[in-house]
Write a protein that binds this ligand. Structure first.
Ligand code: FAD
Length: 272
């Protein structure tokens, strides 16, 4: 038997439908691997996304394939079935779900693990003028926009400074700000020698008095110092009031011109 290969269990017993092949859905799938149940995993994509590395995709350090793995290979190992489709309706009375391709799947037990979506906290303009970074497609869109902005400056079709604003000093915001600053400091001179690195600005905006609220105080301060060292403009105690096509307005009356603003789950790319 191949290493890591589990003999598929017989598809007998009560039927379990899991909607969503993210961390939660796959965890449920593994937990049920040895149970006498017939499991069907449904996801709108044929792959599962490793979200913690999306910031690397967004900054061109990894390809999108590096953060995705096929769901059928996971279900094959656990003896479950995989069905690609998007959930459109749950009929709890009839104990069945409907997918966007018209398929109906009956179930004895239903596990909904569809994750969450980007939260713009009701900030005017945020949903319109920012790009989410929650899915693999989002990260690719951010990367393409960034590279496009750099290309334009490299060929002289734009001479505007490249202002990138990241909203949210959680783990993703900190990682993204640091990586963008490194991209500017290290990769830019090599890949785009025509662009003056000092014309690219990375700003990180956080409403709280510290970055990385979940971490210990000395770790929060260490992260801030590391970002400052890399030339990130870290703004604490700053609340975003509005996002427009060319700036991020703060509650204190100031604003940050921006080409790209990023939050844990949202990236804004606008031109000054
Ligand atoms: C940029 C980023 C970085 C992160 N970094 C970290 C980190 O470093 N460490 C950490 O612990 N956590 C991190 N997280 C959080 C972590 O990734 C999430 O908590 C986790 O992915 C949530 O798992 P989930 O299964 O609930 O949802 P998801 O992983 O979002 O999975 C939901 C799945 O459901 C599918 N789906 C959604 N709607 C439907 C539908 N209608 N029909 C069919 N399928 C559907 C989606 O395609 C997806 O595959 C990060 C999150 C983000 C966005």
């Amino acid at each position: 038997m191949r290493r890591g290969w589990r003999r598929p269990a017989a598809q007998t017993g009560p039927s379990v439908v899991i909607i969503g092949g993210g961390f939660a859905g796959l965890s449920a799938l593994n937990a049920l691997a040895s149970a006498r149940v017939a499991v069907t995993l449904v996801d709108r994509n044929v792959y599962s996304t490793f979200q913690p590395l999306l910031y690397q995709v967004a900054t061109a350090g990894l390809t999108s394939a590096d953060v995705a793995y096929p769901l059928w290979s996971v279900t094959r190992k656990t003896g479950a079935r995989f069905h690609k489709g998007e959930l459109t309706k749950v009929d709890a009375g009839q104990q069945k779900v409907r997918l966007n391709d018209g398929t109906e799947l009956g179930y004895d037990y239903l596990i909904l693990a569809t994750g969450v979506s980007a939260n713009f906290f009701g900030i005017p303009g945020a949903d319109k003028h920012s790009m989410s970074m929650y899915t693999r497609r989002d990260a690719v869109a951010v990367r393409e926009r960034l590279l496009d902005e750099l290309e334009q400056r490299s060929w002289g079709t734009s001479s505007a400074d490249l202002n990138i604003t990241i909203a949210g000093g959680g783990a993703t915001g900190v990682e993204l700000a640091g990586t963008l600053a490194e991209l500017r400091n290290i990769a830019l001179p090599a890949a785009f020698p025509a662009i003056d690195p000092s014309s690219m600005h990375v700003t990180l905006i956080e409403r709280a008095p510290d970055l990385l609220a979940a971490f210990r105080p000395h770790q929060r301060e260490y992260a801030r110092q590391q970002l400052l060292k890399r030339g990130v403009d870290v703004r604490l105690n700053s609340t975003i009031k509005e996002v427009t096509t060319d700036s991020v307005s703060l509650a204190d009356g100031t604003s940050v011109p921006t080409v790209a603003s990023v939050r844990e789950s949202a990236v804004t790319l606008t031109s000054p």
